[in-house]
Ligand binder design. Structure first.
Ligand code: URP
Ligand code: ZN
Ligand code: ZN
Ligand code: ZN
Length: 467
């Protein structure tokens, strides 16, 4: 894309600043900013002028946790890279970092190649990969070094899901030691899956089969215990640690304590933990299955501690963990046995709006909104300042956001390939108007103007949040 665009008159918000500025875009990158109405801004000339008066001009969202087409629970996540990245764009997200999967008995390379094949030519926005490591042995450790060199610089391990993705403490320690050497970042699914599986079986034996028991057996204490163990294993290895999808306030406390000790420990939470609760899991007629994910939704009192963690920087990132399964035919696999409900929630389209609602509700500031949704995920995963900010030289991944428009979230109007919304009927203030990806309009005044294949694979550097 050549040619110049200027975005005039909006309030440019980054993690550090709010300024009324005009933004000049050239060849897909931000060329210059100048205070609106000044001679410098007046001197910007372009073939295309976008009027952003009364709107916010923000960096495109960076969603560092998605699972397009993930094979899981005997089925596949229902968004493909094509449908999922289109929905992301509708929601103001311009980069996703999805999880390639190493299956047990296979190499990291095989898993990564398979994910490249799924994504290539299909994405509406730019994408990168983390690697799920399910089978730690000598060869895997060597492959981790190679992946870091080629731009896959983070590795997810699971203390949950025995027999699927699970790693034991020794495997985790070995991968952490390796990442201490090669600069990779270990991302941890911190739940004690061995203990949880015992509680699952005991619940089913008692005839407790409803979705709400999913929340009861996956106890907050077992998230906190695993979080603590992961922190100490990382400390022993001398490695940084990023804990994914934190939902329990007891786990936040573990992170806060470790950070107070000066450890390089980071935490991510997700909109579902901030806005939904075990009340949703308890919805009758199997409706609770729509809210089955792991870590699970928690009782409402946990939410205040998550918001607090986001304000105090004990939690640094909000990602979606977008892993949609349709209610019909997919979530229904677990009728009569909650442990067979595929785990995961849709949300890639909703994150920027829900977090803007958090600004409206007074939980976080506007700049913190951009920090946790754009800038920090970009820095954490080595995409900054190409992604996550509005500054000269950065990719022109820009959202024009109307902070006053009202909307009602619904499966009737969303673009994710899933037959329900986790936020059905929720009223929010604020809405994406226009989205540019490397200067190309993907959403233009509430119309999709992008195309599959515009989005490109984006290799990453190592974590930039450590330095
Ligand atoms: O329930 C969830 N979170 N499904 C996706 C897989 C994972 O553990 O992130
Ligand atoms: Zn997980
Ligand atoms: Zn996930
Ligand atoms: Zn294109």
């Amino acid at each position: 894309m050549t040619g110049r665009t200027v975005i005039r008159g909006g309030l440019v918000i980054t993690a550090s600043d709010e300024i009324h500025a005009d933004v000049l875009i050239e060849d897909g990158r931000i060329a210059a900013l100048a205070a609106s109405g000044t001679p410098a801004a007046g001197a910007f000339t372009a073939e295309r002028v976008v009027d952003a008066t009364g709107k916010y001009v923000i960096p495109g969202g960076v969603d560092a946790h998605t699972h397009m087409e993930l094979p899981f629970g005997g089925t596949f996540a229902s968004d493909t890279f094509e449908t999922g990245t289109r929905a992301a764009a509708w929601g103001g997200t311009t980069t996703i970092v999805d999880f390639a999967v190493q299956s047990v008995g296979h190499t990291l390379r095989e898993g990564l190649d398979a994910w490249h094949a799924k994504a290539e030519g299909n994405c509406a926005i730019d994408y990168a990969f983390h690697m799920i490591v399910s089978d730690v042995h000598d060869e895997t450790l060597k492959e981790m070094d190679l992946l870091v060199e080629e731009g896959v610089t983070s590795f997810k391990q699971f203390m949950a899901y025995p027999g699927v993705f699970y790693s034991d403490d020794g495997q985790i320690l070995r991968a952490m030691q390796r990442s201490a050497d090669n600069g990779g970042l270990i991302m941890m699914h911190a739940e004690n899956g061995i203990a949880i599986d015992v509680l699952v079986q005991q619940a089913l034996d008692r005839g407790e089969t409803d979705p709400r028991y999913h929340g009861e057996v996956r106890k907050a204490l077992l998230e906190a215990e695993a979080t603590h163990r992961a922190i100490r294993l990382a400390q022993v290895a001398g490695a940084p640690l990023y804990v994914v999808h934190v939902s329990a306030m007891e786990a936040v406390a573990e992170l806060a304590r470790a950070r107070d000790e000066g450890l390089p420990v980071f935490g991510e939470t997700c909109p579902q933990y901030l806005f939904l609760s075990t009340d949703n899991l308890a919805e009758p007629d199997f409706e609770g299955a729509k809210y089955v994910c792991s870590t699970p939704l928690r009782p409402r009192e946990h939410q205040a501690k998550l918001w607090q963690g986001l304000r105090t920087n004990d939690l640094q990132v909000v990602s979606t963990d977008h892993c949609p399964f349709c209610f019909t035919g997919q979530k229904e696999l677990g009728r009569g046995d909650f442990s067979k409900i595929p785990n995961g929630l849709p949300g890639v389209e909703n994150r920027m709006d829900l977090l803007h609602q958090a600004v409206v509700d007074g939980h976080i500031s506007r700049r913190r909104w951009i920090e946790i949704a754009c800038a920090t995920p970009a820095r954490m995963f080595g995409l900054y300042p190409k992604k996550g900010t509005i500054a000269p030289g950065a990719d022109a991944d820009i959202v024009i956001y109307d902070p006053h428009a009202e909307q009602i979230m619904s499966a009737q109007t969303h673009h994710m390939n899933v037959d329900y919304s986790a936020y059905e009927g929720k009223r929010t203030t604020g809405r994406v108007e226009t989205v540019l990806s490397r200067g190309v309009p993907v959403i233009t005044e509430r119309e999709y103007t992008g195309h599959a294949g515009h989005g490109v694979y984006t290799p990453r550097s190592t974590c930039q949040y450590l330095n």
